[in-house]
Design a protein around this ligand. Sequence first.
Ligand SMILES: Nc1ncnc2c1ncn2[C@@H]1O[C@H](COP(=O)(O)OP(=O)(O)OP(=O)(O)O)[C@@H](O)[C@H]1O
Length: 676
Amino acid sequence: MIQKFPICFEAHLKDKIGSISESKFHIFAYETLLNSLTQACDKFVFSLRHLYTPLDKKKLSSFILINPIVEIDNSEKVEIIEGLIKGSLNRFYNLTYKPEGFPQHNWVTSISEMLKYGEFIKQPEFTGYLPHLFSTELITNNFNLLKLLEATSCENLILDFSLEAYNSPKEQAGWNNAINDLVNCLSDYGSKSNSVKYALELYRNYQDNYSENQLFHYSIKALGENTVDTIAILQTLGEIVGSKKKARRILNLIPLTLSPEQPSFIKSLDATKNVQIFKGMQWDGWEKRIGKNLEKKLIKETVKSSGFLCSLDDGSLSFPILPSNLGQFNQSYNTNRTLPNPSESIENQNSGDLTLGKDSSLSKIFETQIPKVEHLKPLHHITTYQEVVGFFQAFSPGVSSSEIEFFTTSAEEIFFKHHHLITKDTYIVGLDDNKKPITSHWTEIPHRLIAGETGAGKTNFLHWIIFQFLYVNPQRKVYIADFKGTDFLYLQNLDINVEIIDTPEDSKELVEKIYAREYVDRLNLMKKYGVSSLKLLQEEGVDIDRSLWVIDEAADIADFSYKLRESIEKRLKEYARKGRTFGIHVLYCTQRPTTEVVTKQVTDQCGEKTVFRVTPDASQRILDDTVAGTIPKNVRGRAWLDGYAGRMFVNVPKMKKPEGSTIPIEDTLWHHFISK
Ligand SMILES: Nc1ncnc2c1ncn2[C@@H]1O[C@H](COP(=O)(O)OP(=O)(O)OP(=O)(O)O)[C@@H](O)[C@H]1O
């Protein structure tokens, strides 16, 4: 049976996920939510409802509504429902399908909606319109929605976020062209005036983001019991995502509000009920108030100066004098390009434009070519995913990341307290969030994958593992492929068995050497003594121990030769198969965990994964979970561990390493090797 109606889920954030406390994953939960939903967004409108009731101030009830904009049959509906319930959202939310839909809205008496306003700016060189961007990168602190909501007097309040895929190539080509032209014209003036520089920056931002990314119609609404609260909520949100010091003076984000006596009120309420985007809400400043007045005033002034686009308020043409610009303008403008049809929802389409007068011959020539304000109008209803995610980040009911206490420890401290945990079979990975030491086991897990963005703390972790590996027996053999070339040099000054190569070219030889020296030798010895494991060989009195092969930056190998990567994978598999008994171990480390570097074979063979901060996608690929993407960028040494000790965050200690004459070996843990 064909159906077309919103699918409703009630969604409650889970209290605890493993050892992560609630506060730490809220931001990420919203990002995942949005991500999951946008994947289906070419087919569905979705709306997130945060229904707030003062009875339960500690938690927001969220409703996720999906409105298929195409007709779907029952099986597709079941697929959507099951997909969402079982998908990655499940990690964060308890989702309950609500066949009866979203609760009634009969208490709503005020609706406020957020639009991206624009502003006319006036400079001697440039008079123009700046559509506003949501500057989500400005959110440095997570915003605590609960605090905001607690300040409201509404008993019920809905925050309604809806996105709908935007697919209007003609319109998009039009305003893209308009933006390109504006950028070209302004580039000449860019360094001369701060406002022009700022306008240029904004237009470039649009040029970059709005041509490249998937776009959405959006609607961000607050529905409440009184106007004061609905405005306050949105205004605060607007300040969070829209404020930028230098822009604050010239840009406004003021929510528009509807009350029940206005005809649009019912339409807007219905749109919310039916999970649709209400397109009737417009900033009347375009045609009236600020826009019109400012424009008239500015345009007159502009005519006297050398503004680049202007019309007189009597409708006649005054094409600006653009000695250098006009040529550039003409050149840059390809007459075949399309300009948009003015948006249907704009009532008075001509009155608010910076445009050419109708009857002029110049106007006729440029009629379809000059970018007009109306071409930029749709931008105040359109957004990118990146921009809108900011709003969700802002809705973090937990503690802000600045309040979350991440701790760092020193290797010296951990070693002092817990060195009994470092044995020939075990080593300390780090401390969990309760500051308990977490260990790993060489015999149980032969190989390890270590991933993390640059600067996340991978190399430090390698130093810490190598130290412990050698601490129990400095004669153990360590092979290091270090393509940065300098990180492990100090090991050569210690009386230990370390071999370092620093180019991917040398890796091939190393792979073979390890195979012949370690693998084949061990195999022969086992045959000779008639035993089946390293441990039994040792018991026979053979002087042999584990070996460690460290690959610091596997991406360099993958880039150098896929054949080499494959041969390493083959060895990984071989050693893993015999690893428990053979004692050959690999640390496969990368800052670029793409599918070319961390192949399925690698993830399959590496029984333990230590993943420092990576993107959510990379985390999903390696761990089948986005959790390592939640580690804040500025936190070093924190990783998600999936291995011998289970699945949890670990905080790896900072390891001091010898550095020339400034940090002598005696000042580091490595002095144990001198005395041994
Ligand atoms: N556990 C930690 N605690 C505190 N600081 C750390 C920790 N680990 C690393 N750091 C610091 O973070 C910086 C980067 O560390 P490191 O070189 O280990 O990162 P990386 O992930 O290997 O980076 P890259 O991939 O660029 O080599 C260094 O200054 C280091 O001192």
